[in-house]
Design a protein around this ligand. Sequence first.
Ligand code: UT7
Length: 320
Amino acid sequence: MFHAVLKGIGSYLPEKILTNDDLSKMVETNDAWITERTGIKQRYIAAEGEKTSDLAYQSAVLALENAGMKAQDIDLIVLATTSPDESFPATAVKVQAMLGNTTGFAFDVQAVCSGFLYALSVANSMIRDGSVKTALVIGAETISRLVDWTDRGTCVLFGDGAGAIVLARSEEEKADGVLDVLLYSDGRHYDSLKTSGGISSTQTTGFIQMQGQEVYKQAVHCLSNAGKVILEKNGLTSENVDYFVPHQANVRIIDSVMKKLGIPENKTILTLDKVGNTSASSIPIALDDGFKSGKIKKGDLLLLVAMGGGFTWGSCLLRY
Ligand code: UT7
Protein backbone atom coordinates (compact mmCIF):
# COMPACT_ATOMS: atom_id res chain seq x y z
CA MET A 1 0.00 0.00 0.00
CA PHE A 2 1.34 3.45 -0.95
CA HIS A 3 0.94 6.68 1.04
CA ALA A 4 0.24 10.23 -0.12
CA VAL A 5 2.64 12.75 1.39
CA LEU A 6 2.46 16.53 1.28
CA LYS A 7 5.16 17.91 -1.01
CA GLY A 8 4.13 21.53 -1.51
CA ILE A 9 1.53 24.18 -0.81
CA GLY A 10 0.56 27.59 -2.15
CA SER A 11 -2.30 30.05 -2.01
CA TYR A 12 -3.38 33.09 -3.92
CA LEU A 13 -5.73 35.96 -3.10
CA PRO A 14 -6.96 38.61 -5.55
CA GLU A 15 -5.76 42.16 -5.11
CA LYS A 16 -8.99 43.91 -4.17
CA ILE A 17 -9.94 44.00 -0.50
CA LEU A 18 -13.54 44.64 0.53
CA THR A 19 -13.73 45.74 4.18
CA ASN A 20 -16.71 45.66 6.52
CA ASP A 21 -16.83 49.45 6.27
CA ASP A 22 -17.02 49.18 2.46
CA LEU A 23 -19.97 46.78 2.87
CA SER A 24 -21.73 49.17 5.24
CA LYS A 25 -21.98 51.58 2.28
CA MET A 26 -23.66 48.88 0.16
CA VAL A 27 -26.19 47.30 2.58
CA GLU A 28 -27.57 48.06 6.03
CA THR A 29 -24.77 46.56 8.11
CA ASN A 30 -21.77 47.67 10.13
CA ASP A 31 -18.29 46.54 11.14
CA ALA A 32 -19.35 45.86 14.75
CA TRP A 33 -22.16 43.44 13.73
CA ILE A 34 -20.06 41.55 11.17
CA THR A 35 -17.05 41.29 13.50
CA GLU A 36 -19.08 40.19 16.50
CA ARG A 37 -21.39 37.74 14.67
CA THR A 38 -18.82 36.24 12.25
CA GLY A 39 -15.23 37.28 13.11
CA ILE A 40 -14.73 38.56 9.54
CA LYS A 41 -13.05 41.96 9.04
CA GLN A 42 -12.39 41.89 5.29
CA ARG A 43 -12.48 39.61 2.25
CA TYR A 44 -10.84 39.60 -1.21
CA ILE A 45 -12.83 40.04 -4.42
CA ALA A 46 -11.62 38.90 -7.86
CA ALA A 47 -11.14 41.68 -10.41
CA GLU A 48 -13.43 42.00 -13.40
CA GLY A 49 -12.35 39.33 -15.89
CA GLU A 50 -10.35 37.44 -13.26
CA LYS A 51 -11.72 33.91 -13.19
CA THR A 52 -11.59 30.90 -10.90
CA SER A 53 -9.05 29.32 -13.27
CA ASP A 54 -6.76 32.36 -12.85
CA LEU A 55 -6.80 32.08 -9.05
CA ALA A 56 -6.39 28.30 -9.22
CA TYR A 57 -3.46 28.63 -11.62
CA GLN A 58 -1.63 31.14 -9.40
CA SER A 59 -2.01 28.93 -6.32
CA ALA A 60 -0.94 25.84 -8.30
CA VAL A 61 2.22 27.55 -9.57
CA LEU A 62 3.16 28.45 -5.99
CA ALA A 63 2.44 24.93 -4.74
CA LEU A 64 4.56 23.38 -7.52
CA GLU A 65 7.37 25.83 -6.79
CA ASN A 66 7.15 24.98 -3.09
CA ALA A 67 7.31 21.26 -3.96
CA GLY A 68 10.27 21.81 -6.31
CA MET A 69 8.28 20.17 -9.11
CA LYS A 70 7.27 21.01 -12.66
CA ALA A 71 3.74 20.91 -14.07
CA GLN A 72 4.66 17.90 -16.22
CA ASP A 73 5.48 15.95 -13.04
CA ILE A 74 1.78 15.95 -12.12
CA ASP A 75 -0.40 12.91 -12.96
CA LEU A 76 -3.71 14.16 -11.58
CA ILE A 77 -5.30 17.58 -11.05
CA VAL A 78 -8.45 17.72 -8.93
CA LEU A 79 -10.04 21.13 -8.59
CA ALA A 80 -12.72 21.74 -5.97
CA THR A 81 -14.94 24.65 -6.94
CA THR A 82 -18.51 25.90 -6.74
CA SER A 83 -17.80 28.75 -9.14
CA PRO A 84 -16.39 27.18 -12.33
CA ASP A 85 -15.40 29.44 -15.24
CA GLU A 86 -18.08 27.92 -17.44
CA SER A 87 -20.78 25.27 -16.95
CA PHE A 88 -18.47 22.93 -18.83
CA PRO A 89 -15.75 21.78 -19.44
CA ALA A 90 -14.28 21.40 -15.98
CA THR A 91 -12.21 24.38 -14.87
CA ALA A 92 -9.50 21.86 -13.91
CA VAL A 93 -8.70 21.14 -17.58
CA LYS A 94 -8.27 24.85 -18.25
CA VAL A 95 -5.84 25.04 -15.33
CA GLN A 96 -4.06 21.96 -16.70
CA ALA A 97 -3.53 23.78 -20.02
CA MET A 98 -2.47 27.03 -18.30
CA LEU A 99 0.13 25.08 -16.33
CA GLY A 100 1.34 23.35 -19.49
CA ASN A 101 0.56 19.87 -18.24
CA THR A 102 -0.09 17.41 -21.06
CA THR A 103 0.74 14.15 -19.31
CA GLY A 104 -1.89 14.02 -16.56
CA PHE A 105 -5.67 14.20 -16.36
CA ALA A 106 -7.88 16.77 -14.66
CA PHE A 107 -11.42 17.13 -13.37
CA ASP A 108 -13.55 19.21 -10.98
CA VAL A 109 -15.20 18.17 -7.75
CA GLN A 110 -18.28 19.97 -6.42
CA ALA A 111 -19.01 19.73 -2.71
CA VAL A 112 -19.20 23.46 -1.93
CA CYS A 113 -17.28 24.37 1.26
CA SER A 114 -16.26 20.73 1.83
CA GLY A 115 -14.94 20.49 -1.74
CA PHE A 116 -11.27 20.57 -0.83
CA LEU A 117 -11.61 17.56 1.48
CA TYR A 118 -13.56 15.67 -1.19
CA ALA A 119 -10.85 16.49 -3.77
CA LEU A 120 -8.13 15.51 -1.31
CA SER A 121 -9.89 12.22 -0.64
CA VAL A 122 -10.03 11.36 -4.37
CA ALA A 123 -6.34 12.22 -4.87
CA ASN A 124 -5.34 10.30 -1.73
CA SER A 125 -7.25 7.20 -2.86
CA MET A 126 -5.73 7.28 -6.36
CA ILE A 127 -2.23 7.62 -4.96
CA ARG A 128 -2.82 4.86 -2.42
CA ASP A 129 -4.21 2.42 -4.98
CA GLY A 130 -1.29 3.08 -7.36
CA SER A 131 -3.31 4.80 -10.14
CA VAL A 132 -1.21 7.97 -9.95
CA LYS A 133 2.10 8.99 -8.39
CA THR A 134 1.48 12.71 -7.99
CA ALA A 135 -1.55 14.95 -7.61
CA LEU A 136 -2.30 18.62 -7.49
CA VAL A 137 -5.32 19.29 -5.28
CA ILE A 138 -6.77 22.77 -5.65
CA GLY A 139 -9.60 24.66 -3.99
CA ALA A 140 -10.48 27.79 -5.99
CA GLU A 141 -13.47 30.10 -5.90
CA THR A 142 -14.81 33.32 -7.29
CA ILE A 143 -17.77 32.74 -5.00
CA SER A 144 -18.43 36.51 -4.88
CA ARG A 145 -20.04 36.06 -8.33
CA LEU A 146 -22.79 33.99 -6.67
CA VAL A 147 -23.43 36.58 -3.97
CA ASP A 148 -26.60 38.68 -3.90
CA TRP A 149 -25.09 42.04 -2.92
CA THR A 150 -28.46 43.23 -1.59
CA ASP A 151 -28.75 40.36 0.92
CA ARG A 152 -26.94 41.43 4.09
CA GLY A 153 -27.45 37.98 5.60
CA THR A 154 -25.02 36.43 3.10
CA CYS A 155 -23.04 39.13 1.26
CA VAL A 156 -20.91 39.93 4.30
CA LEU A 157 -19.66 36.35 4.58
CA PHE A 158 -17.96 35.32 1.36
CA GLY A 159 -14.66 36.06 -0.37
CA ASP A 160 -12.59 34.85 -3.33
CA GLY A 161 -9.27 33.00 -3.33
CA ALA A 162 -7.47 29.76 -4.06
CA GLY A 163 -5.15 27.29 -2.39
CA ALA A 164 -3.34 24.22 -3.71
CA ILE A 165 -1.30 21.32 -2.41
CA VAL A 166 0.92 18.80 -4.16
CA LEU A 167 0.64 15.20 -2.97
CA ALA A 168 3.11 12.51 -3.98
CA ARG A 169 3.39 8.78 -3.52
CA SER A 170 5.65 7.45 -0.79
CA GLU A 171 6.55 3.78 -0.70
CA GLU A 172 7.89 3.89 2.83
CA GLU A 173 6.02 1.49 5.04
CA LYS A 174 5.26 4.00 7.78
CA ALA A 175 5.12 7.23 5.85
CA ASP A 176 3.72 10.54 7.07
CA GLY A 177 1.17 12.38 4.94
CA VAL A 178 -2.55 11.76 4.64
CA LEU A 179 -3.41 9.36 7.46
CA ASP A 180 -7.17 9.25 6.94
CA VAL A 181 -10.08 11.12 5.32
CA LEU A 182 -13.76 10.80 6.26
CA LEU A 183 -16.54 12.19 4.05
CA TYR A 184 -20.25 12.60 4.77
CA SER A 185 -23.33 14.13 3.17
CA ASP A 186 -27.02 14.45 3.98
CA GLY A 187 -29.10 15.63 1.03
CA ARG A 188 -32.16 16.20 3.18
CA HIS A 189 -30.59 19.61 3.90
CA TYR A 190 -30.31 20.51 0.18
CA ASP A 191 -32.44 23.65 0.55
CA SER A 192 -30.71 25.03 3.66
CA LEU A 193 -27.78 26.42 1.67
CA LYS A 194 -28.12 26.64 -2.10
CA THR A 195 -28.27 28.95 -5.09
CA SER A 196 -31.59 30.30 -6.31
CA GLY A 197 -30.94 28.87 -9.77
CA GLY A 198 -28.85 26.54 -11.88
CA ILE A 199 -28.28 25.16 -15.36
CA SER A 200 -31.06 22.58 -15.30
CA SER A 201 -33.58 24.45 -13.18
CA THR A 202 -33.50 28.10 -14.30
CA GLN A 203 -30.69 28.27 -16.90
CA THR A 204 -29.10 30.95 -14.70
CA THR A 205 -26.47 30.60 -11.99
CA GLY A 206 -28.71 32.05 -9.28
CA PHE A 207 -27.54 33.60 -6.02
CA ILE A 208 -26.58 32.15 -2.65
CA GLN A 209 -29.52 31.60 -0.29
CA MET A 210 -28.90 30.39 3.24
CA GLN A 211 -30.93 29.53 6.30
CA GLY A 212 -28.15 30.91 8.49
CA GLN A 213 -29.17 29.61 11.90
CA GLU A 214 -29.94 26.10 10.62
CA VAL A 215 -26.56 25.93 8.85
CA TYR A 216 -24.85 27.27 11.96
CA LYS A 217 -26.39 24.63 14.23
CA GLN A 218 -25.62 21.76 11.85
CA ALA A 219 -22.10 23.06 11.19
CA VAL A 220 -21.17 22.90 14.88
CA HIS A 221 -22.58 19.38 15.13
CA CYS A 222 -21.09 18.02 11.87
CA LEU A 223 -17.64 19.56 12.26
CA SER A 224 -17.14 18.46 15.86
CA ASN A 225 -18.48 14.99 15.13
CA ALA A 226 -16.28 14.51 12.05
CA GLY A 227 -13.26 15.59 14.10
CA LYS A 228 -14.13 13.33 17.03
CA VAL A 229 -14.79 10.24 14.88
CA ILE A 230 -11.58 10.49 12.84
CA LEU A 231 -9.47 10.90 16.00
CA GLU A 232 -11.14 7.92 17.69
CA LYS A 233 -10.86 5.78 14.55
CA ASN A 234 -7.11 6.39 14.45
CA GLY A 235 -6.55 5.85 18.17
CA LEU A 236 -5.74 9.51 18.76
CA THR A 237 -7.08 12.30 21.00
CA SER A 238 -7.21 16.07 20.58
CA GLU A 239 -4.01 16.22 22.69
CA ASN A 240 -2.16 14.58 19.78
CA VAL A 241 -3.26 17.34 17.39
CA ASP A 242 -0.63 20.03 16.79
CA TYR A 243 -2.84 22.23 14.59
CA PHE A 244 -6.55 22.32 13.92
CA VAL A 245 -7.39 23.70 10.45
CA PRO A 246 -11.16 24.14 10.18
CA HIS A 247 -13.22 25.48 7.29
CA GLN A 248 -13.45 29.22 7.93
CA ALA A 249 -17.11 30.26 7.92
CA ASN A 250 -17.79 31.83 11.32
CA VAL A 251 -15.46 32.30 14.29
CA ARG A 252 -18.29 31.41 16.69
CA ILE A 253 -18.75 28.05 14.92
CA ILE A 254 -15.00 27.41 15.13
CA ASP A 255 -14.97 28.37 18.85
CA SER A 256 -17.81 25.94 19.63
CA VAL A 257 -16.12 23.13 17.69
CA MET A 258 -12.78 23.77 19.43
CA LYS A 259 -14.54 23.54 22.80
CA LYS A 260 -16.37 20.33 21.87
CA LEU A 261 -13.13 18.74 20.64
CA GLY A 262 -11.00 20.12 23.48
CA ILE A 263 -8.62 21.96 21.15
CA PRO A 264 -7.17 25.26 22.45
CA GLU A 265 -7.17 28.48 20.43
CA ASN A 266 -3.37 28.57 20.10
CA LYS A 267 -3.56 25.29 18.17
CA THR A 268 -6.13 26.59 15.68
CA ILE A 269 -5.31 28.29 12.37
CA LEU A 270 -7.63 31.25 11.76
CA THR A 271 -7.66 33.23 8.50
CA LEU A 272 -11.34 34.12 8.43
CA ASP A 273 -10.79 37.68 9.74
CA LYS A 274 -8.63 38.45 6.68
CA VAL A 275 -10.29 36.38 3.91
CA GLY A 276 -13.89 35.61 4.96
CA ASN A 277 -15.53 32.37 3.87
CA THR A 278 -13.74 31.31 0.66
CA SER A 279 -15.75 28.08 0.30
CA ALA A 280 -13.63 25.25 -1.21
CA SER A 281 -10.48 27.38 -0.95
CA SER A 282 -10.79 27.96 2.75
CA ILE A 283 -8.80 24.98 4.08
CA PRO A 284 -5.79 25.21 1.71
CA ILE A 285 -5.60 28.99 2.29
CA ALA A 286 -5.61 28.42 6.07
CA LEU A 287 -3.08 25.58 5.73
CA ASP A 288 -0.74 27.77 3.69
CA ASP A 289 -1.09 30.50 6.30
CA GLY A 290 -0.11 27.97 8.97
CA PHE A 291 3.06 27.11 7.06
CA LYS A 292 3.95 30.67 6.05
CA SER A 293 3.54 31.96 9.61
CA GLY A 294 5.97 29.27 10.77
CA LYS A 295 3.40 27.67 13.07
CA ILE A 296 3.19 24.26 11.32
CA LYS A 297 6.45 22.32 11.54
CA LYS A 298 7.76 19.04 10.17
CA GLY A 299 6.15 16.10 11.96
CA ASP A 300 3.08 18.06 13.12
CA LEU A 301 -0.28 16.31 13.17
CA LEU A 302 -3.00 18.38 11.50
CA LEU A 303 -6.74 17.90 11.87
CA LEU A 304 -8.78 19.39 9.02
CA VAL A 305 -12.58 19.67 9.13
CA ALA A 306 -15.05 21.19 6.67
CA MET A 307 -18.80 21.56 6.21
CA GLY A 308 -20.89 23.10 3.45
CA GLY A 309 -24.00 23.08 1.29
CA GLY A 310 -25.65 19.75 0.67
CA PHE A 311 -24.99 19.31 3.54
CA THR A 312 -21.54 17.86 2.92
CA TRP A 313 -18.85 17.56 5.56
CA GLY A 314 -15.72 15.68 6.43
CA SER A 315 -12.41 15.49 8.24
CA CYS A 316 -8.80 14.61 7.48
CA LEU A 317 -5.76 13.71 9.55
CA LEU A 318 -2.51 14.77 7.94
CA ARG A 319 1.00 14.38 9.34
CA TYR A 320 3.37 16.87 7.76
O1 UT7 B 1 -19.62 27.77 4.54
C1 UT7 B 1 -20.77 27.03 4.76
C2 UT7 B 1 -21.21 27.12 6.11
N1 UT7 B 1 -21.82 28.40 6.38
C3 UT7 B 1 -21.95 28.76 7.63
O2 UT7 B 1 -21.48 28.05 8.47
C4 UT7 B 1 -22.75 30.00 8.01
C5 UT7 B 1 -23.62 29.67 9.20
N2 UT7 B 1 -24.41 30.76 9.70
C6 UT7 B 1 -23.88 31.86 10.29
O3 UT7 B 1 -22.68 32.02 10.36
C7 UT7 B 1 -24.82 32.84 10.96
O4 UT7 B 1 -26.12 32.31 11.00
C8 UT7 B 1 -24.86 34.23 10.26
C9 UT7 B 1 -23.55 34.95 10.46
C10 UT7 B 1 -25.13 34.08 8.78
C11 UT7 B 1 -25.96 35.09 10.86
O5 UT7 B 1 -25.74 35.25 12.25
P1 UT7 B 1 -26.93 35.05 13.29
O6 UT7 B 1 -26.38 35.32 14.61
O7 UT7 B 1 -27.50 33.67 13.03
O8 UT7 B 1 -27.93 36.19 12.88
P2 UT7 B 1 -29.46 36.07 12.46
O9 UT7 B 1 -29.58 35.57 11.07
O10 UT7 B 1 -30.22 35.38 13.53
O11 UT7 B 1 -29.89 37.57 12.50
C12 UT7 B 1 -29.89 38.34 13.74
C13 UT7 B 1 -30.27 39.77 13.39
C14 UT7 B 1 -31.49 39.87 12.50
O12 UT7 B 1 -32.19 41.05 12.85
P3 UT7 B 1 -33.53 40.97 13.76
O13 UT7 B 1 -34.47 40.10 12.99
O14 UT7 B 1 -33.08 40.34 15.05
O15 UT7 B 1 -33.93 42.39 13.88
C15 UT7 B 1 -30.90 40.06 11.12
O16 UT7 B 1 -31.77 40.75 10.25
O17 UT7 B 1 -29.19 40.37 12.67
C16 UT7 B 1 -29.69 40.90 11.45
N3 UT7 B 1 -28.64 40.80 10.44
C17 UT7 B 1 -27.72 41.75 10.26
N4 UT7 B 1 -27.51 42.94 10.84
C18 UT7 B 1 -26.47 43.67 10.44
C19 UT7 B 1 -28.40 39.77 9.58
N5 UT7 B 1 -27.32 40.05 8.83
C20 UT7 B 1 -26.89 41.26 9.23
C21 UT7 B 1 -25.82 42.08 8.84
N6 UT7 B 1 -25.65 43.28 9.46
N7 UT7 B 1 -24.95 41.73 7.86
